[in-house]
Design a protein around this ligand. Structure first.
Ligand code: HEC
Length: 170
């Protein structure tokens, strides 16, 4: 059996097409070279460039306050879950004289994180306590309880929000 012709007649190109194809080859050739140059350049620049990007990136080089920001976010979401029903925007819909603003906290002797923690854990008056070991039962929430570290975070959050006049929670 005769092998298939390598240059079948259907591949015949007019001279014009041949010129075009040669040009294209040249362009592709240039492109190929350019790619090689580019790869060389990237290889050359690569490590320092990557190093610079990493060094400047806020993720690998967090500002000092980043840990706090994350905690405030977490405190904020806890607050939205457990406290906002009565204390929206740091107010108090049940007892208007006991808001979470500094002036009320101070007047009511609840301005330290320790005191905020205690009230949140054990409750007071018509505010239910949220601690896991809150007693007596009648003073405690019937909803889900909060872990100690969550209450600590909430106390920090309330304190810092109070100091800033509750700018972050609507
Ligand atoms: C069911 C409504 C309600 C919920 C929910 C609630 N509180 Fe209260 N909160 C109150 C009331 C009422 C007071 C006033 C208690 C008093 O002084 O007798 C208060 C007082 C406070 C105070 C003291 C404020 C002051 O100026 O004396 C703090 C701090 C506080 N709450 C934090 C929280 C936190 C944190 C949460 C969420 C874990 C929360 N509260 C959830 C009703 C609520």
């Amino acid at each position: 059996m005769r092998p298939l012709s390598v240059t079948p007649s259907s591949n015949y190109c007019s001279p014009a097409t041949q010129v075009f194809q040669r040009k294209r080859m040249r362009i592709l050739g240039d492109y190929g070279n350019w790619r090689k140059e580019e790869v060389k350049l990237l290889k050359l620049l690569g490590p320092p460039l990557v190093a610079a990007v990493v060094a400047l990136s806020p993720i690998s080089n967090p500002p000092v306050s980043m840990g706090e920001t994350v905690d405030v976010d977490k405190g904020g979401s806890l607050f939205s879950r457990a406290c906002i029903g009565c204390h929206a925007a740091g107010g108090n819909i049940i007892q208007p004289g006991a808001t979470l603003f500094s002036k009320d906290l101070q007047r009511n002797g609840v301005e330290t994180e320790e005191e905020i923690y205690r009230i949140t854990y054990y409750g007071k008056g018509r505010m239910p306590g949220f601690g896991e070991n809150c007693t007596p039962r009648g003073q405690c929430t019937f909803g889900p309880r909060l872990r100690e570290d969550e209450i600590r975070l909430l106390a920090e959050f309330v304190k810092s929000q109070a100091e800033q006049g509750w700018p972050n929670v609507e």
